[in-house]
Design a protein around this ligand. Sequence first.
Ligand SMILES: O=C(O)[C@H]1O[C@H](OP(=O)(O)OP(=O)(O)OC[C@H]2O[C@@H](n3ccc(=O)[nH]c3=O)[C@H](O)[C@@H]2O)[C@H](O)[C@@H](O)[C@@H]1O
Length: 464
Amino acid sequence: MALLTDTSKTTKLERYNSYLRRVNSTKLLAASWNFLFRATLLTAIVLILLFTLHYPPLLAGHHLSAASAHSHRSLLSSSYGGSAWERDVRRSATPRRHGGMTVLVTGAAGFVGTHCSLALKKRGDGVLGLDNFNSYYDPSLKRSRQNLLSRRGILVLDADINDSNLLIKLFDVVPFSHVLHLAAQAGVRYAMRNPQSYVASNVAGLVSLFEVAAKHADPQPAIVWASSSSVYGLNTAVPFSELHRTDRPASLYAATKKAGEAIAHTYNNIYGLSITGLRFFTVYGPWGRPDMAYFFFTKSILSGDAITLFKTRDGADVQRDFTYIDDVVKGCLGALDTAQKSTGSRGGKKHGPAQLRVYNLGNTSPVSVGKMVAILEELLGKKAKKNVVTMPRNGDVPYTHANVSLAEKDFGYRPTTDLATGLRRFVKWYVEYNGVAVSRAKGKGKGGVREERRGVDTAGVASA
Ligand SMILES: O=C(O)[C@H]1O[C@H](OP(=O)(O)OP(=O)(O)OC[C@H]2O[C@@H](n3ccc(=O)[nH]c3=O)[C@H](O)[C@@H]2O)[C@H](O)[C@@H](O)[C@@H]1O
């Protein structure tokens, strides 16, 4: 009897164990399927992501106006590349005239960058732009400029000059003969609010570009870059000449531009980079920068808001050598055309002395800020509400005045646009771009944006 009971217990136990084995193996099978499914899903997602990053035109439409399709890459610069991307880059950078230049324009969606890129492209040079589209001022204006460039066949990549991997990649894809380096943190007074941004763009960014140009580019490009009239700082000798001292900057902005000139000297000396610095004097015009006085004064006059006018500490008018954008563009192209080749080779080996130049690009006729406002009032047909205050200690200098004889001698630079003419073109562009109505200005036929006769096309770009 006991034996029978034992046998039936053993059988039950065996049945139970076999049941457990079946359950476990089913669970194992289910888990394996689950794991396999998840792994397949993950692989598919990774493949789709890689495909999207390397072949965006297939997904975003095959046109340069889809330049913003490259936007997401600013976060993932190491993923730049792929045959479609390289083809777009080469297409934009290829010259269309015999002996044309291949120019990398940094800050291409900026004010001066846009105008220079258009002028280069128009005469048949190849242009590839890059810009980080930061929000120092309204990025939508930069996007509009990018679209304008795109319509003329110029690709502007979303990229930062501090991204050396991207720069190396670009020089691998295109043997740029020239770099027009205009990317920078601009603005004199903003330097008190955000000093580090000036160091990041105007010092670190410049070094990043020079490093890649000196050590990775083959051939080394010739570089033309934007310095500033602000380097003259507390200099009192006028008009400002390149021979005058520039060791007393009044603002951090000026100090970083002066540092840039010293850094240029170093890269020229060690690596044989051909470098030209251009000291711009308060550049203005259509598609200008909204952080500049003439631009935001226009906005305030139209909206009826008060503007603040600075007077010097001894009560004199503050003056600027306002320089019209078309004149500056001619100066930039002249500097590019006369830039000699760099003398180094890949790896930074210098084979002889290279060109190192600095030029003033001003207008040679300073105008008071009060007069600038009076011209705007005439053009806008509306009086400004003025708040006149003594210039705060904000890095501003009381006046600027350029001597441009060196640029005239070396590349025929001769500014031809006076402030009234230039502001008329700016206001014409401003009202069209913003869709605002302006009543015809009073006066004896001198003012009024509708009286503009010279060729400024709908895009606000001089057709002459
Ligand atoms: O020439 C240059 O190197 C510099 O020119 C301009 O700097 P700035 O001349 O100060 O130009 P704005 O900011 O447009 O100011 C023009 C004038 O208006 C005056 N201003 C500015 C602002 C304001 O509220 N009120 C006012 O009277 C300034 O003192 C200055 O005299 C640019 O903003 C800089 O990026 C550039 O490098």
